[in-house]
Ligand binder design. Structure first.
Ligand code: EPU
Length: 340
């Protein structure tokens, strides 16, 4: 049996804390409930939005459809060798809790992704990344249901078409594939990834400390807490824009004005530059219009200081986008999913 609620406030279900209402809302705790939901008229006739932890979404208005929130739980080991462990995690589990449990059990690899808010399902859709690691590097496969055929299928890593904050679940399969669990292939032997500049610098500063995965976890937690706002005090959805990837010519143009522009090569002739830097250089760091503003310690994070309507947040973001474009000729793309 599933219960479908009407005119459900999503305020407590999105980290921007906007007060949008879903015409229909359904919380799913297990696969049996999911199968019964697929048979309902409401499901078949509504436009649908699959909601995870709500930490990367901006509702512009009330959602005239069905919002489905999967809150299934469970973590189990499927296979273990001297080198690896395969762990299946339910889509509704909290991502950071999984990172902590993995580390406590001496399963390594994802410690650089500590403290990212949201669920496993959302983390997979988004191919979360931070401090030199992306989820796709440790993702073995994804299990879920094709909502058109009601069939459970497993997609291997390659079938998910992971990219920078994207996957097939955001493109071809959007709205039609419901992730129920993800299987991760984690390392049994500790191996740390210190490729991210800030982590490298910490290690250089304290040469007498030999960094192990727990140390990396602690440093990532510390770094994130030092510059990203607490979602309870400052409702936000992390980076609002993606870091743009630009060509050589465009980079030269930016360098002609700002010789010290931070950048790193991602491909032959292509460079990623931090959107946070572009926003700061445009004068928007810590700036506020009414009850929306950028965080004063990180320009890429937009904070809701008290609006109920997502449109005001988007309007603020568009002003930033426009000024960055005028100054640098670079169009910032949203990283947050905008739902209207
Ligand atoms: N910077 C500024 N001003 C700012 C913010 C950043 O100049 O106000 C510049 C600095 O040069 C800094 C550089 O930007 O060195 C990079 O900043 P940071 O290390 O904070 O990372 P980011 O590129 O802004 C990305 C991810 C984050 C992730 C961090 C750490 C995107 C869109 N964001 O941010 O992910 O935590 O790297 O790896 O790729 C998220 O996706 O929501 C998220 C928070």
């Amino acid at each position: 049996m599933v219960t479908i609620l009407e005119n459900f406030s999503l305020k407590g279900r999105n980290t921007f804390a906007v007060d949008a209402k879903a015409r229909h809302f359904c919380e799913i705790k297990n696969e049996i409930q999911l199968l019964s939901l697929l048979e309902t008229q409401t499901f078949q006739q509504s436009c649908r939005f699959f909601l995870g932890g709500g930490s990367n979404v901006l509702f512009l208005d009330d959602f005239d459809g069905l919002v489905i929130n999967l809150s299934n739980k469970g973590i189990k080991i499927l296979e273990s060798t001297d080198e690896h462990v395969l762990v299946e995690v339910a889509a509704g589990e909290n991502w950071h809790k999984f990172v902590e449990i993995s580390l406590r059990n001496k399963f390594y690899g994802i410690e650089n992704l500590a403290l990212i808010p949201g669920t496993i399902g959302g983390a997979v859709v988004q191919n979360i990344g931070a401090y030199g690691v992306e989820l796709k590097e440790f993702l073995h496969s994804v299990r879920g249901i094709n909502v058109k055929s009601s069939e459970f299928i497993t997609l291997a890593n390659d079938d998910c078409y992971f990219g920078y904050r994207t996957s097939i679940f955001k493109t071809k399969l959007k709205g039609n594939f419901f992730i129920t669990s993800a299987i991760f292939k984690l390392l049994k032997r500790p191996k740390v990834n210190l490729s991210y500049n800030e982590l490298k610098q910490i290690v250089r500063r304290f040469p007498f400390i030999k960094p192990d995965p727990k140390y990396v976890f602690d440093q990532v937690v510390r770094l994130r807490q030092s510059k990203l706002p607490d979602i309870v005090k400052f409702p936000n959805a992390g980076s609002f824009f993606k870091n743009p990837v630009i060509g050589q010519e465009q980079l030269e143009f930016v360098k002609s004005k700002f010789p010290d522009v931070p950048n790193y090569q991602v491909d032959n002739g292509w460079y990623k530059i931090p959107a946070g830097w572009l926003i700061e250089m445009t004068g928007w760091k810590g700036r506020r219009i009414g009850n929306v503003g950028t965080y004063d310690k990180h320009a890429l994070v937009i904070v809701n200081y008290g609006v109920n309507n997502g449109k005001e947040i988007l309007e603020f973001a568009k002003k930033i986008q426009q000024e960055v474009y005028e100054k640098f000729n670079i169009l910032l793309e949203t990283e947050v999913e905008i739902v209207s």
